[in-house]
Write a protein of this length. Sequence first.
Length: 175
Amino acid sequence: MNVKYSDKFEKIEKAKSKWMNELGKLSDEKQKSETVGQWSLIQHGYHLYLAEKGSLAYVKKKLSFNPTLDKSGIQTVFRIILLWFFMTSPFKFKAPATVSEVNFPDNLTFEMLERCWEESRTDLKSFLNSIGDKYIGLEVYKQPLAGRLTLVGMLRFFELHQNRHFAHSKKHLNR
């Protein structure tokens, strides 16, 4: 795996593992408790899993057509800054339907989340290992809020997205 990918991948994997360890220590009731208008802790994790799984599926499908890809440039840097601004802001955003409670299973459990997210991360790691340096610096991913990003930008989105949800859920983990 290219070092640019591996550094980001290891960072998001370490943060996910830490969060899942903390979540696993809680009772089933605390994992699933919701407040009015907010997701439960386990739903936050499932949302992150769906976002990552959908992002990887998009990239794989796009690359299967052997597309002409734009090189990253100053506009890509601007998009990452914009994404950072939104992901670190206190403003709430409605999740796209594909990654919202509409697609959460009714009987979501910690074990189900753990298994699904682990399979997805294994798939992501395998994909990043398989492509080598072929797509470095090319805009292969389209993030709904920011637009076209590189694969490193996609991993940066995963990191920012995780950080946002983990920070939001921290107050629940510390109860």
